[in-house]
Write a new protein. Structure first.
Length: 317
């Protein structure tokens, strides 16, 4: 594949790299203790761990305060959304390198060590990531290592390579892209990584060492909103402001996301709301068949369209 370099990382370890861990937190009293334990028990100790409490109304703040780790600091702010919480933590970080984890996910003990090994083997990048899984039994398994030079092509062919709980990056590149977009609740992270890819290669480890818990309280990815995600809005704006600078594979990523949004709306019984997303993806070539299938489903009785879509999801899982 032209967009990546395949490699086998060398086994080099070093504790020279100082890393700040930033954890945005909002009403995660059922999960935050386990998340924090996984961060504080790393084989490669972080320089500091910053938990940004985004106006939680449950016992999350008290649970964080119950830890007595000397490198742990709690920052309280009024509820302003996950983007502002992440930006606050990164701005407060005393190190150049920042690793993120959401307040309900879990790191394997060697997560930071794996990231530093990747950095030592392949210096020069400003964004490194390991692999993530929702399946606890897959922790510790391996995939391919990649150094991605053309992220849009990789995303179109393989999917999103990084996750907000699996990566570390420099504060420099965070500043270059203007931080996380405020006011966005869906896709605010992937549009940030995408912007970063214009300034750096993205190196992804072969290690699967992050557990993504999608069955947790107030998990944003579980809710399906009838609105465009942050990446789609970003691409629409780029097309308006400078269409000559937008590649067709970037448009296809946007089309893919719109069709995926429509599919999940149909699976939730909201086929009537899916049609407008499909109409905006009319330019697609790669996903033409699935778009047509979804369009047909929009005109089926809602109970039937929902049943078909959910059966497709079961077959994929």
């Amino acid at each position: 594949m032209g967009s990546v370099d395949w490699f086998v990382p060398e086994d080099k370890s070093s504790h020279e790299q100082l890393i700040t861990v930033v954890i945005p937190l909002y009403n995660k009293e059922a999960e935050i203790k386990e998340t924090l334990k996984s961060v504080l028990c790393q084989t490669y100790s972080p320089f500091e761990v910053l938990v940004v409490n985004d106006g939680s109304t449950d016992c999350s703040e008290d649970l964080v305060n119950s830890f007595e780790a000397p490198n742990l600091r709690l920052i309280n702010q009024s509820n302003q959304g996950v983007s502002v919480a992440r930006n606050t933590g990164i701005a407060e970080a005393k190190t150049e390198w920042v690793a993120l984890i959401d307040g309900d996910d879990i790191w394997a003990p060697t997560h930071l060590e794996n990231l530093v090994k990747l950095l030592k083997c392949y210096p020069g990048s400003e964004l490194y990531s390991t692999r993530i899984t929702p399946d606890k039994d897959r922790l510790g398994t391996k995939k391919e290592c990649v150094r991605i030079k053309d992220y849009s092509k990789y995303v179109l062919d393989e999917g999103w390579a990084v996750n907000s709980s699996s990566l570390m990056f420099t504060k420099r590149i965070w500043r270059l892209v203007g931080g996380f977009p405020q006011g966005e609740t869906h896709g605010e992270d992937i549009v940030t990584w995408y912007k970063m890819s214009f300034y750096t290669d993205i190196c992804v480890s072969d290690k699967v060492d992050v557990l993504y818990r999608n069955d947790c309280s107030n998990n944003a990815s579980r809710s399906i909103k009838d609105e465009d995600d942050a990446f789609v809005k970003y691409m629409d704006l780029r097309v308006i402001e400078g269409p000559e600078d937008v590649r067709f594979d970037e448009i296809e990523i946007s089309n893919k996301m719109r069709i995926s949004k429509a599919f999940f709306l149909i699976s939730s019984g909201a086929g009537w709301a899916a049609k407008k997303h499909l109409d905006k993806a009319v330019s697609t070539k790669r996903f033409k068949k699935i778009r047509i299938a979804c369009m047909i489903a929009c005109y089926l009785p809602p109970f039937l369209a929902k049943a078909i879509a959910q059966s497709v999801l079961k077959c994929k899982s």
